[in-house]
Every structure is written in C-alpha cells, then in structure tokens.
Design a protein around this ligand. Structure first.
Ligand code: ZN
Length: 118
C-alpha cells in the first residue's frame, strides 16, 4: 500500500526539482510556438475581416474564406437553436437576448424578428 501511495506522490515531487537547461529551452520553444500560433490566428481573423467580400482574391484564399463563411453560418444557426431550446431568441436589430416569440425587443423597441433598414 505504501508503494502505491509513493507512486501517486511521485509526479508531484518533480516540481520541487530545478528544471534542467534542456527543459527550460524546451519550455521557451513551446511558449514561442504558442505565441506564433496565436499571432497566425489573429492575422487570419484580420485577413478574413478585410477580404470576406473581396472578389479579386486568389482562388486558394477564396476557397478558405468561403469555408469560414459556411462555418460561421453553421455556428449562428446552432446558436439560434440553443437559444430556442432555452426559450429565447436574439433581437435582429440590437442582438439582445429576449424571450422566444417576442414581437418587439424590450431593449431597442424595434421589431425583434426583422432587421430594420436605417
Ligand atoms: Zn433590440
């Protein structure tokens, strides 16, 4: 039984040891890789926003942008479905979450299920 408890404690003891230089270097590499991935994601979001309606893009870019648009539509419809299951809906004008079936929005006062043209 004591042996079993020692095995449970073993991973915790590692934390008390000073990391070796190779562990520190590996940790720095992991951290930098994560930051690069984060910046790539940010760059992709910026590119998508700036080019989602750009018809003069190269086909390879267009393909990915169209795919993201479809995924975004799917996300919106899943979100609407989730709201419906919870008995709610989103105001088409201001985005407020209001009870499902509301005709007018309790926040902006406009018709909740159609976008008003400004
Ligand atoms: Zn509203």
């Amino acid at each position: 039984m004591a042996n079993f408890m020692d095995k449970l404690k073993a991973p915790l003891n590692i934390g008390h040891q000073e990391p070796t230089e190779i562990e520190r270097v590996q940790q720095n590499m992991i951290q930098i890789e994560a930051e690069i991935q984060q910046k790539f994601t940010q760059l992709g979001s910026m590119f998508y926003r700036d080019n989602m309606n750009n018809d003069n893009l190269e086909e390879s870019y267009k393909e990915v942008i169209e795919l993201v648009k479809k995924l975004d539509e799917n996300r919106k419809s899943f979100y609407a479905h989730k709201l419906r299951l919870e008995g709610n809906m989103m105001c088409m004008n201001c985005g407020e979450i209001i009870p499902y079936g509301s005709v007018y929005c309790s926040k902006c006062g406009k018709r909740a299920n159609e976008k008003e043209t400004p």
